[in-house]
Design a protein around this ligand. Sequence first.
Ligand SMILES: Nc1ncnc2c1ncn2[C@@H]1O[C@H](COP(=O)(O)OP(=O)(O)OP(=O)(O)O)[C@@H](O)[C@H]1O
Ligand SMILES: [Mg+2]
Length: 247
Amino acid sequence: MRTLIDVRNVSKTFGGVVANHDISLKVPEGEITGLIGPNGSGKTTLFNCIVGNHPIDSGSIVFQDREITTFTVQKIARLGLLRTFQQTHIYGNMNCIQNMLISVPHRTEGYSDMFRPYRREAYERVDELLEFVGLYSKRKLQAGDLSFGQQKLLEFAMALMNGPKVLLLDEPTAGINPTLINGLIDRLKRANQELGITLFVIEHNMRVIMNLAEHIYCLAHGELLAQGSPNEIQNDQRVIDAYLGAH
Ligand SMILES: Nc1ncnc2c1ncn2[C@@H]1O[C@H](COP(=O)(O)OP(=O)(O)OP(=O)(O)O)[C@@H](O)[C@H]1O
Ligand SMILES: [Mg+2]
């Protein structure tokens, strides 16, 4: 399997805090890879490093055999590497359709297009993806009036609008009602299998990540502690101790 994202010896500190120390990992194309670890272990920081949100102190990040270590967020997004946030980033006073449309940097083609900036295909794609995440009936509602779980689904659909090759999802099920989690897992799997999107997923819900990911990396104190199949990770004493020690 081809490696899509290759994180090589990445370190990142904030003042005296070592958030990531010498982390190396690979995200294979077409798969769902998991990232777990106790609170503060450096998971979100690693996502921020990969997508170009912070400059890293040392190491390198390669995407599709191309070094992207110093690229801007926008340039990395244009290559097809996108992330969602632990806290949702939606515009509460716009409806779902408008949020979906503005999530894509759009191009107008001269004067004749000025009053019709979005193409019919864009609206069709919005409808398809809102249907895909189960929000079609809410499409004209202000995003701020959606429930928190629905806002996360909207953010997921907004990321899909960009046709990413790979999506980094930061705790997609956090705050979602347990009865709705299975539906979300199903959508993530379908995005992977039907839309061919590689997923790299941070998750605290062990049941979810064990069910979703083919390979899991575990961080602790900013370092890579363990990696393996869900079964190997579940039975890894170092992982069990890291979680118990964190509480
Ligand atoms: N912008 C920042 N400035 C200073 N310190 C930061 C910054 N971002 C993260 N940190 C620190 O880096 C460490 C790792 O934080 P990070 O958010 O990556 O953890 P996490 O594994 O995502 O945790 P959680 O599971 O709670 O979301 C923490 O000690 C945090 O306080
Ligand atoms: Mg985090």
